[in-house]
Design a protein around this ligand. Structure first.
Ligand SMILES: [Zn+2]
Ligand SMILES: [Zn+2]
Length: 203
């Protein structure tokens, strides 16, 4: 129970209730207000008006203005007392703005922990693609959580029922996205008769 997602999961398990549609509305909103009053948005890491650092609090479903303690160097969010820290992917191309409790042994947030494979970041195009994918993934994960669905990492939390992302890209001489579907005869074979590596040949 050391990170925001776990805290939220315990809360949902305890009530056993899904949020009502009205209760969910604030969680789906993607526009927030900085402490200075300026509009800030889901993916922002900094307020352009007052330059305050911003962080997303998964358990509240909101983007909060942050302040850094001069002693501990930990961050505090408006309206919260717990010391917080950035996800390790904040400075990466993923530009993740999600927060964890400072005391958590984890370094990556609940969304970034779902990654199993990411592209080779030595390629500038991959960097651009990955950044866009991560933004979309954070929106998806925040919405799943707001709907009361469990989202745990298959990579290191729940190997059986967890969720995991492999962000892969075909090599230049590899399979193309426009590759045709397999012949009909192959697709009508019963599942049992398919070779076990059927999927791998198309991956
Ligand atoms: Zn501001
Ligand atoms: Zn993250």
């Amino acid at each position: 129970m050391t990170d925001l997602l776990q805290t939220l999961g315990v809360g949902l398990d305890a009530t056993g209730e899904r949020p009502t549609p009205d209760a969910r509305i604030p969680h789906h909103s993607r526009a927030y207000r900085c402490r200075c009053g300026a509009a800030v948005f889901f993916d922002n890491t900094r307020c352009l008006a007052c330059q305050s650092e911003l962080g997303y609090l998964l358990d509240e479903g909101r983007l909060a203005t942050l302040e850094q303690s001069s002693e501990s160097r930990a961050w505090r969010a408006d309206g919260r007392s717990e010391p917080l820290k950035f996800c390790a992917n904040r400075q990466a191309a993923a530009a993740c703005n999600w927060m964890l409790f400072a005391a958590s042994p984890k370094t990556h947030c609940a969304a970034c922990r779902l990654n199993h494979a990411i592209p080779d970041l030595g390629d500038a195009e991959n960097v651009r693609y990955w950044r866009a994918l991560e933004g979309a993934k954070r929106r998806l994960v925040s919405q799943l959580i707001a709907m009361g669905l469990p989202v745990r990492s298959k990579a290191d939390e729940d190997p059986e029922k967890g969720v995991m992302f492999d962000f892969l890209r075909s090599p230049k001489d590899g399979p193309r996205p426009s590759r045709k579907c397999p012949p009909r005869a192959a697709s009508t074979r019963s599942r049992r008769s398919r070779p076990r590596n059927d999927f791998a040949s198309w991956a």
